[in-house]
Design a protein around this ligand. Sequence first.
Ligand SMILES: Nc1ncnc2c1ncn2[C@@H]1O[C@H](COP(=O)(O)OP(=O)(O)OP(=O)(O)O)[C@@H](O)[C@H]1O
Ligand SMILES: [Mg+2]
Length: 258
Amino acid sequence: MEHLIQMEQICMYFGGVHAVENMNLHLAEKEILGIIGPNGSGKSTLINVLTGIYAPTSGHVLFGGEDITGRQSYEIAAKGISRTFQNLRIFRAMTVCENVMTGRHCKVRAKFVDILLRTAKYRSQEREALKKADELLEFVGLSHMKNEFAGSMSYGQQKRLEVARALASEPKVCLFDEPAAGMNSAEANEMMDLIRAVQKDRGLAIILIEHNMEAMMNTAERIIVMDAGHKAAEGTPKEIQRNQKVIQIYLGEEEPCC
Ligand SMILES: Nc1ncnc2c1ncn2[C@@H]1O[C@H](COP(=O)(O)OP(=O)(O)OP(=O)(O)O)[C@@H](O)[C@H]1O
Ligand SMILES: [Mg+2]
């Protein structure tokens, strides 16, 4: 079966730092794949390679069977892979609605002259972007803040705004890098509900990186565990919870065997 995403033998080295080493990963349509692992184990680097922020040192990335290794981020976004970042990247001085609209830039077909002269083509694209932003703000529960400055929102609301912005480009896959970081458990649960809705209601495939184990175990259908750049384990949440290697990575010791 052809997978939506396939990463084959990916290595990403920064000088002597082997951030990712021989990683293989596949993602099926409408699947939620979780990636866990200790700090510095290579999780963000792996999705930075997938989204074209870094060209891998070696290995291949396929999207829908097409080799997209080393392509620029904007090309990969336009093909249908979107993401949120580990650190907030909200434009604080722009309104909530404007922030969502920036997520659509890779879909805009208007030329500079269209924008300058506000041609019919440009105005129709702008109307479409506004309609889409309204619908997405409704989806993430932020409609009431549409015209507020993004910087005036709570941290949890800003994280939800990032989800809306990532969806604005109408992607097929969305990558969430620690969407619940810094949240209390009620906020984290709401964020996971939202991520499940992105899969169920909008039909997207998802890669989720998250340190909150409870959230991860309740949300991911399959989990990859990374350790020092390598894949240490892979399986269902149940299998991962009782995997001795994983327990050792997290606790630094093995459970007694007898
Ligand atoms: N641009 C870079 N230049 C040099 N080293 C880097 C770069 N990006 C990441 N690294 C290194 O690669 C390793 C993996 O980092 P990465 O950010 O992928 O880990 P992570 O699993 O996402 O960690 P965390 O859970 O803390 O977010 C670390 O040793 C990190 O310092
Ligand atoms: Mg990270």
